[in-house]
Design a protein around this ligand. Structure first.
Ligand code: HEM
Length: 159
């Protein structure tokens, strides 16, 4: 169960990244063509929100089953000095929750600005912040701090 959840959370990260990348493209395009935020654009942001929220649910489920997170909270005094348990028990979940929460809040707030140019200026500044929070909290395979593989295969025999 845990290994499949971990693999799914890991694979789903690529969908999250694709959605964030597509949001970037949308903003750059709209900015340079001087367009307004349409209802279609808003619906697109809601889909991105949904993808992030699914990853959030997967993360919470994983957190409840993770030995690393459990070890961290059970032995806080000692493990707070250790990179891996601190990252997966505290830093990664809290930063991701913050990023996802902000994306939800700003998407909700922007609905009053549909069909205005102001909407893109409002959202793009905040979106950069969200992007920094999420991208810096992923355990990339090339990270010198805490790294995990870029791809994990699902053990379908367990289903
Ligand atoms: C945008 C949101 C998120 C992304 C992109 C993301 C990405 C990842 C990645 C790539 C891994 C490594 C998987 C592997 O070992 O192959 C991971 C592990 C983990 N994530 Fe997330 N995550 C997100 C949100 C969350 C949230 C909100 C939580 C908890 C509330 C969470 C909890 C965890 C835990 C506990 C692990 C490690 C479990 C273990 O190895 O024991 N994640 N995450």
């Amino acid at each position: 169960m845990f290994t499949n959840l971990l693999a799914f959370h890991s694979i789903f990260r690529w969908l999250v990244l694709a959605a964030l990348f597509a949001t970037c493209i949308l903003f750059v395009y709209k900015h340079f063509t001087n367009k307004i935020l349409s209802l279609k654009d808003y619906r697109f942001l809601q889909v991105v929100c949904l993808i992030l929220n699914i990853q959030f649910i997967l993360g919470v489920l994983l957190f409840s089953k993770s030995q690393l997170a459990l070890l961290f909270w059970d032995n806080f005094q000692e493990t707070v000095k250790l990179r891996q348990p601190r990252f997966f028990g505290l830093e990664h979940p809290s930063m991701m929750i913050l990023g996802i929460l902000l994306f939800n809040c700003f998407t909700f707030k922007i609905r009053n600005k549909i069909n205005t140019k102001e909407a893109f200026t409002y959202f793009s500044k905040r979106f950069i912040l969200i992007l920094i929070i999420i991208l810096s909290s992923i355990p990339w395979s090339f990270s010198p701090l805490t790294h995990r593989p870029n791809y994990r295969s699902l053990e379908l025999t367990n289903f």
